[in-house]
Ligand binder design. Sequence first.
Ligand SMILES: Cc1cc2nc3c(=O)[nH]c(=O)nc-3n(C[C@H](O)[C@H](O)[C@H](O)COP(=O)(O)OP(=O)(O)OC[C@H]3O[C@@H](n4cnc5c(N)ncnc54)[C@H](O)[C@@H]3O)c2cc1C
Length: 369
Amino acid sequence: MKPFDFIIIGGGIAGLLSAYELRDYNTLLIDENGILTSGASAAAGAFLFPKVGFDTAYTRFINQAIVDSLKFYEKEGIDTHKIGVTILPRDERDIEKFKQYEKDIRLPYEKRYGGFFFKEGGVVFPEEVREKIKVDFEIKKIDKLEKEGGFWKVGGYTAKNVILATGHKTVIDIPYINIRPIWGERIEGRGEFRIENEDGIKEDFLPCHFHKNCSLTEVGGIIKIGATHKRNCPECKENEEEAYELINKAKEIVDIKNFEISKIIGGFRAASVDYFPVVGKIIDVDKTMESNPKIVKGEVPKFISYLEGLYIINGMGGRGFSNAYYCAKALKEHIVGNKDLGILDTKRVFIKWARKKGEEYLKEKNVKS
Ligand SMILES: Cc1cc2nc3c(=O)[nH]c(=O)nc-3n(C[C@H](O)[C@H](O)[C@H](O)COP(=O)(O)OP(=O)(O)OC[C@H]3O[C@@H](n4cnc5c(N)ncnc54)[C@H](O)[C@@H]3O)c2cc1C
């Protein structure tokens, strides 16, 4: 069988959109369970909300990803339920912070319900994304990755290039990537609420999506509430107690009565150390450390060696349904057009890791720094 141009491991939103971006090549997506059927992508509320904050590189990235992904989903005929979102301050301190953020907000907004309303706010349904974004796909668990004769061997296939999109799980150990799992839950159900709209009229439907300590929406009578919050909790599992905590958080936004839960779905999302996604070529740690031993003293590496044909797209954080489109597009442009990945590039996490842990690493390898 002819080697694939690309095999992508992981059928979450990051892997799916990477496979879609690379659909003009001979590309196969592999997941141990199915597309958007497990992992964080199955648990996600899939809200697409801007970030309110100071005008930092991170806020700019997040908000550009929101705008781009809304356009992308619409272009693909996926309903984004773009009725806008109101981001509310969580407490008194947040109210003060929001006043300071005001001058920094770049996206058009209005002040509503004590928070900021953005037209650029929507939600997608993973089931619809799966149905409309078609790629070649196979169910298989990948346990190892090997290189032979210039090709990667993956689950009985060969490929010129492999993209790792495995979320909080790993197929091979890459010491510097350092992805941390964060547990969260999404619940769905039916209930009743009354909310006063901008004209002081009480309505029994939500005029927009909301975000405070959780994200909240209602689509077609189904109320959807989501939040991710627990670090260091590998044993976390879906449970009703947490679901009711989440409903109480939603009640801080709007008074919901007679809520009947129909679904509780939990999952681990993957966060990088600095919250930016990690995208691009996988660095050959041994070769790069050995040729740049002064990196541990803060020197910028002169030459970085890569494991040829191996890439990653991960660390989507709590916003995978918007970040993944931006990152998948950037990854494709990087691979086929050699375009710079900027802040997303794996290089930044490697340099951070090398400065912190490199000394130890070199000692083990017996290399003088
Ligand atoms: C409760 C909750 C609510 C969230 N709400 C939102 C939200 O409202 N909006 C938003 O944008 N984001 C939200 N997120 C975050 C979002 O879900 C993630 O950022 C995104 O889904 C991550 O996608 P991913 O493809 O990187 O990882 P995942 O979705 O975890 O996908 C990884 C895939 O890799 C597969 N895999 C792993 N190892 C192997 C292997 N060895 N072989 C084969 N397959 C393998 C897994 O089966 C899985 O399908 C939420 C997350 C959670 C948990």
